[in-house]
Write a protein that binds this ligand. Structure first.
Ligand code: PMP
Length: 419
């Protein structure tokens, strides 16, 4: 019997849906420990880990400097629920990477960050509608659970039960990378739109970068109509470059959502932006937001040391070098589409070039991906357990490891396509 079918006190055997490995019809991987680029299962088998804490672990697992910082911080007190210097330092480090940011609010997850950003946008504009894009994932707050990516895409759920239609109705969903639809929506309903929220490089339907002009159009239309542009960089922030997708593509949003990397592997999220918007948040302003654990000493210690090491070692240049190893082996593969943006990448079992939106992504051969996933797993490579998730690089990997992995991937792509 599969482990996730055994009677468990955990719902579905897991605490987050993708971990059940249902999309690839496998048993969940139960991790005993992890170090550097590897995770180890309970039987001691070793896997090269391309999940990397879903992108949180830019320095790999159990990086010694992060572990030391966490231990030191914990020994001085795990939870204060009060101010401490580490949170100011983390906010400063974030602001240093994004020069248009004056204020940062630390929260406990990417979900909270996106939820708070939309609440702020509604407060600023006095409007209700939030525009999102099909296949993008912004966490599991009610309004975002409409045609979302990540676990939602994997499970083939167009939405979720338990979300009142009145709330789902405040979200308008458009196809990713479709400038024409954005312009049309604004022309028809521009005065009702509070915010456009977007993954500026989509990562939750596999990696789908923005087409030239897409982000610029979002910037232009939101500005013209007085709506706020929110970049959800929970995955891309400090990953596709030091200043995220915003910096990489030179388009600056009004609000930025961060998470994952800035917590060094511990739970975190952040909303950031200019003072005139951010100072609407409580206690400075009338938009309520709070958190017992927000900006706690241990997560801030992990985040601070992670961002410090990232700067000292220029990890983005390193990830680019590692990425080029994959490019050499995988970009010419037949019958699949390999897409990489900095330290995140995807392989779609799809002919005809890189997909531009969720509909195109859905044409991929998920059964071939599932076969591919299982064989890679048996050969010690842990790919994300869904064709709709990104693969992540980290600096604990090296060129030799990636050469070997890319060769294995090449071989198994051919096999999986044959069926
Ligand atoms: N936004 C994006 C772009 C994400 O990738 C995720 C998580 N994968 C979230 C929001 C939600 O973050 P969390 O799981 O920390 O709530």
């Amino acid at each position: 019997m599969r482990r996730d079918q055994v009677q468990s006190y955990l719902v579905g055997g897991v605490n987050s849906p993708v971990r059940a490995f249902r999309a690839v019809d496998e048993e969940p991987l139960v991790v005993a420990r992890a170090e550097g680029p590897f995770v180890y299962d309970e039987e001691g088998r070793r896997y090269l880990d391309f999940i990397g804490g879903w992108g949180a672990l830019i320095l790999g697992h159990a990086h010694p400097a992060v572990v030391e910082a966490v231990e030191n911080a914990a020994s001085r007190g795990i939870c204060f629920g009060l101010s401490h210097p580490g949170e100011e330092e983390l906010a400063e480090r974030i602001a240093a990477a994004f020069p248009w940011i004056d204020r940062v609010r630390l929260v406990n997850s990417g979900t909270e960050a996106c939820m708070t950003a939309v609440r702020l946008a509604r407060a600023v504009t006095g409007r209700t509608l939030c525009v999102k894009f099909e296949g993008c994932y912004h966490g599991h707050a009610d309004g975002f659970l409409v045609k979302m990516g990540s676990g939602g895409a994997t499970l083939g759920l167009p939405s979720s039960q338990g979300v009142p239609s009145e709330i789902a109705g405040t979200t308008v969903v458009l196809p990713y990378n479709d400038e024409g639809m954005v312009r049309r929506l604004f022309a028809e309903q521009g005065e009702e739109i509070a915010a456009v929220i977007v993954e500026p490089v989509a990562g939750n339907m596999g990696v789908v970068p923005p087409r030239p002009g897409f982000l610029e159009t979002l910037r232009e239309e939101t500005r013209r109509w007085g709506a706020l542009l929110i970049f959800d960089e929970v995955m891309t922030g400090f990953r596709v470059s030091r200043d995220g997708a915003a910096g990489r593509f030179g388009v600056w949003p009004d609000l930025l959502c961060l998470g994952k990397i800035i917590g060094g592997g511990l739970p975190i999220g952040a909303v950031a932006g200019p003072a005139e918007i951010m100072d609407l948040l409580s206690p400075a302003g009338p938009v309520y937001q709070a958190g017992t654990f927000a900006g706690g000493p241990v997560v801030c210690a992990a985040g601070n040391v992670t961002l410090r090491v990232c700067d000292e070692e220029d990890v983005w240049a390193l990830l680019e070098r590692l990425g080029r190893v994959l490019d050499r082996h995988l970009s010419s593969l037949e019958g699949v589409s390999y897409v990489r943006c900095g330290g995140m990448w995807s392989l779609f079992f799809l002919e005809g070039g890189a997909p531009l939106d969720f509909q195109e992504v859905q044409r991929q051969d998920s059964a071939a991906f599932a076969r591919f996933h299982a064989v890679l797993r048996s050969r010690g490579i842990l790919a994300p357990p869904s064709a709709y998730e990104a693969w992540f690089l980290n600096t604990a990997m090296d060129e030799a490891l990636l050469e070997e992995a890319a060769r294995t991937i090449r071989e198994e792509v051919e096999e999986a396509r044959r069926g």
